[in-house]
Design a protein. Structure first.
Length: 77
């Protein structure tokens, strides 16, 4: 995280990602390669480290992925 007046701090968003059901998809780089939503490994790293905020489009993609995973699990049950 970088503040406008200069200080820069590293954040570990691992616990936050694990605590919010839609976000674990961010921890799976292969998912973004498979989905072809245009997120580079570098940007994914920024989101995971907290260096950049997660855009709404990425958040919504994670929600969509979660919904698909849930519907596939229900279909196979």
């Amino acid at each position: 995280m970088t503040f406008a007046d200069g200080p820069c701090f590293r954040l570990d968003l691992g616990p936050v990602i694990a605590a919010h059901p839609p976000l674990p998809a961010l921890d799976n780089p292969a998912l973004f390669t498979q989905a072809k939503i245009g997120i580079s490994r570098r940007m994914l790293s920024y989101y995971l480290s907290g260096a950049k905020p997660i855009p709404k489009t990425v958040w919504l993609a994670c929600l969509g992925w979660q919904a698909l995973e849930h519907s596939e699990a229900v279909a196979h049950a």
